[in-house]
Design a protein around this ligand. Structure first.
Ligand code: CP
Length: 323
């Protein structure tokens, strides 16, 4: 396996299966207390977020501190970005002070622009840049999701049927988790069914990559427009909303309101799933929108484990790219 040292962590397509497996193993060892190495002693991590975050921001800051680093947060209003300083100069200068920059920088109005901004920052930063969610990928979230699956199901986790479903939300959300979970499932050889109403197709670039990766890894990636059918024999039902990539904001709103009655995960979906099936959601969520409250708060819900695992996998990522 190539060293991950000094690599950016922008998207999962940049990594090999063995590298992702290594991160999962290191994160599990850190979580179990078997690896308490202070990999980042004396280093400084900066987090730059232009949009809100609870899990990602806090877990990165705690991860850095637990590994011995100092962590500092910046919002654009405090930086000269607010006076139109370029991303090129911002990244180049920040990287003269910091050892890594964790970035969440996108808005939902122009699909792909957030990704382009992140790539620009990575190109001009002399130090590793980590994607904390852009408008195409959310690699850290999905690595935490696979850590959660492995923890829950053990060595057989790749054989378990994971139904990753579009779910209603009033707000337009990034398709980042969708693209990253397809990518990871393809690379790792997992069994993933992506369900969504017509109009919410994932980006073809990620679909093509995932299908080809699955062909090589022996994984299985399927697509469905019928959530009830998709949930037959599921071991995991994972709810996530994302925006329609080809629609105007107005058309997206029409499509999601029309889809709403059929795309809220409920007990009826678990009745079709395998006994012991679990509910996942990377959060934030609204009870009654993405899923009914009894499912969200029920015994099958493992979304707090999923949230906690952000901390452990991000420690593994930071340790691997910065040690
Ligand atoms: N899942 C996730 O990225 O949560 P935050 O937006 O709170 O960081």
């Amino acid at each position: 396996m190539d060293s991950l040292k000094n690599r950016d962590f922008l998207g999962l397509k940049d990594f090999k299966a063995a590298e992702l497996e290594h991160l999962l193993e290191l994160a599990a060892a850190m979580k179990a207390g078997q690896d308490r190495t202070r990999y980042l002693e004396g280093k400084t991590l900066g987090t730059l977020f232009t949009v809100p975050s609870t899990r990602t921001r806090i877990s990165f800051q705690v991860a850095a501190r637990q590994l011995g680093a100092y962590a500092d947060h910046y919002s654009p209003a405090e930086l000269q970005m607010s006076n139109n300083e370029s991303l090129i100069d911002t990244a180049a200068v920040m990287s003269r002070y910091l050892d890594a920059i964790v970035v969440r920088l996108y808005d939902m109005s122009a699909y792909g622009q957030g990704r382009q901004s992140l790539l620009t920052m990575a190109e001009h930063s002399a130090k590793p840049v980590v994607n904390a969610l852009d408008d195409k990928e959310h690699p850290c979230q999905v690595m935490a999701d696979f850590l959660t699956l492995k923890e829950r199901f053990g060595a057989d986790y790749k054989k378990k049927k994971v139904v990753f479903t579009w779910a209603y939300a009033k707000r337009q959300k990034s398709p980042g988790v969708t693209h990253s979970i397809m990518t990871a499932a393809g690379l790792l050889g997992a069994n993933l069914t992506v369900a969504f109403p017509p109009g919410f197709e994932p980006d073809e670039e990620y679909t093509a990559f995932a299908l080809e990766a699955a062909r090589r890894s022996g994984g299985r990636i399927e697509f469905s427009h019928d959530l009830n059918e998709a949930c037959e024999g599921a071991d995991v039902i994972y709810a996530k909303s994302w925006k329609s990539l080809r629609s105007t904001t107005e058309r997206d709103r029409e499509l999601r309101e029309r889809a709403r009655p059929d795309w809220c995960v409920s007990q009826s979906h678990f009745d079709r799933a395998n006994p012991g099936a679990v509910f996942m959601d990377c959060m934030p969520l609204i009870r009654g929108d993405e899923a009914t409250a009894d499912v969200v708060d029920g015994p099958q819900s493992i979304r707090y484990d999923e949230a906690e695992n952000r901390l452990h996998i991000q420690k593994a990522i930071l340790a691997s790219i910065l040690q």
